[in-house]
Write a protein of this length. Structure first.
Length: 492
């Protein structure tokens, strides 16, 4: 659900944050939400007259991204078999990921230099183009290429949405719009797999890809006038080409590591070493200084995002396998066991958006990470004889609520801590941390699982210990995240 928390940057008029500086374009009656609210609109919410069109447009884009993620994942196995490309199945995911890593940083620099409008619409166009290329592919390599184009579009869009929110909405409304973004994932995540499965079965997998671009047109038309009215804000004098090259190195390094992970032969150590050589120094230079040592303030906000996302996804990746192989559940029921987490994620995001809880945001995030750690640890109890399988569904309801508190709260804090003119770069850092956290902790989980006999000899079944160690490792990572939440507030 990483795209669900799209919001970033603040205004100089609000003094405590970043983002656009009010300019001569601010006039009475203007809807320039990047500065102080115009007096007539002072009490409006995100659905008020001044913000309604932009809110509906942005939420529609987020919903489409959520629907695409759930629908395409459902159709992907059928597509791979139809194109005789099961051997390249994993690369249809990694192509999207590695391309988006590069595009996130490019989008951040582009937004800081020229504003969010151009990268947002370029990203949406690339996203739609990638869907068409994948949907019309006649060979698996064409399908993988289409997924890569989608990744470029997705990376551009995610960061641009952060900057749009920072420039369009005043500080008092940003927690609410972040909560709305999380809520926008709920229906697509529930409906997407069912609808995609029906379309795949009756019309064919290609229509899952080819139909989504048509749905993009309406939200674009709705929000375009509001986007054009955004203030220019502070602009960086030029793109930082060094950061763009570093992002390219991160993407290439991550791609090499994922390629090496698909090959269990000793020769795979060569691309793995090359990937690490590219990835490690580039990451250190792309993320805010002090991120890996949890320096107070913005670096800890960025670090927490990666830890929280990685611990949650690292657990979620193994839960269906555990339920199917150890508890004898069907794949459908195993998947449904996790859906409650999506609902409570939105509820947690709504909770942190309440104005009266604003002074307690950091404590709420600490509570959120403790709830995630508790939920992950409880999942492992499903391996104990006599413990009902529904404990997993109950645990994920708890964990989803904790993630809503933590992830959405972190997005709001980033608004406060970014400096003027750097909101795009900081938004990119947040998304890069999210992606790298997923890779790192999911990868660690995979190594531990294999080392303890998971999938040994080509069998799916695994010793209980393999699952237990993976889950407890992720719970420990969540506890580390709880410690990081104590360092979110800068020294005063």
């Amino acid at each position: 659900m990483t795209a669900a928390e799209s919001a970033d940057a603040l205004t100089a008029a609000e003094s405590i944050t970043t983002g656009s500086v009010p300019t001569k374009s601010t006039t009475a009656g203007s809807t320039n939400a990047g500065s102080a609210d115009p007096a007539p609109d002072a009490e409006q919410g995100v659905l008020g007259r001044a913000y309604r069109a932009l809110t509906f447009g942005i939420i529609s884009v987020v919903s489409l991204i959520a629907f695409e993620a759930s629908a395409v994942n459902t159709a992907m196995p059928v597509a791979a078999r139809a194109l005789d490309g099961v051997g390249l199945y994993a690369f249809s995911f990694s192509a999207f990921f590695t391309a988006s890593l590069f595009a996130m940083t490019l989008s951040g620099e582009w937004c800081d230099r020229a504003g969010p409008l151009a990268p947002l619409f370029t990203g949406i166009a690339a996203f739609g183009t990638g869907l068409v290329v994948a949907g019309s592919a006649q060979r698996m390599w064409m399908f993988v290429a289409g997924r890569g184009i989608q990744g470029i579009g997705g990376g551009l869009v995610l960061v641009a949405l952060y900057v749009v929110v920072g420039r369009a909405y005043p500080e008092r409304l940003r927690p609410s719009i972040v909560a709305a973004f999380s809520a926008a994932w709920v229906v697509p995540v529930i409906v997407g797999p069912l609808l995609a499965g029906t379309v795949t079965e009756h019309l064919g997998w290609r229509w899952v890809f080819l139909s989504i671009p048509v749905l993009i047109l309406l939200p674009l038309a709705v929000m375009l006038p509001a986007l054009r009215a955004l203030p220019a804000g502070e602009r960086a004098p030029a793109m930082d080409r060094r950061r763009i090259l570093l992002a390219l190195a991160v993407a290439a390094g991550a791609g090499l590591l994922q390629y090496a992970g698909q090959d269990l032969r000793w020769v795979a150590l060569v691309p793995a070493a090359a990937g690490l050589t590219l990835l490690a120094p580039a990451v250190l230079r792309l993320l805010p200084r002090g991120t890996l040592r949890a320096a107070r303030g913005l670096p800890s906000v960025v670090l927490l995002r990666g830890i929280a996302a990685g611990a949650f996804l690292g657990t979620e990746s193994f839960v269906p396998l555990m339920l199917v192989t150890e508890r004898g559940m069907s794949a459908t029921m195993a998947g449904l066991s996790l859906t409650g987490g999506g609902l409570t994620w939105a509820l947690g995001s709504y909770t942190q958006s309440r104005p009266r809880l604003e002074p307690h945001r950091e404590r709420l995030m600490t509570l959120g990470m403790l709830l995630v750690a508790t939920a992950v640890a409880l999942v492992s109890t499903a391996l104990i004889d006599g413990v009902p399988a529904w404990i997993v569904a109950a645990s994920w309801i708890i964990g989803g609520y904790g993630m809503g508190l933590t992830i959405s709260g972190g997005s709001v804090l980033l608004l406060k801590l970014s400096r003027p003119g750097e909101e795009g770069a900081d938004a990119a850092s947040l998304q890069i941390s999210d992606a790298l956290g997923n890779i790192t902790l999911v990868g660690i989980g995979g190594v531990l699982f294999a080392a303890l006999g998971g999938g040994a000899g080509g069998e799916v079944a695994a010793p209980h210990a393999a699952f237990v160690v993976v889950f407890l490792t992720m719970a420990a990572a969540a506890l580390v995240g709880a410690y990081v939440t104590t360092r979110l507030r800068p020294r005063t």
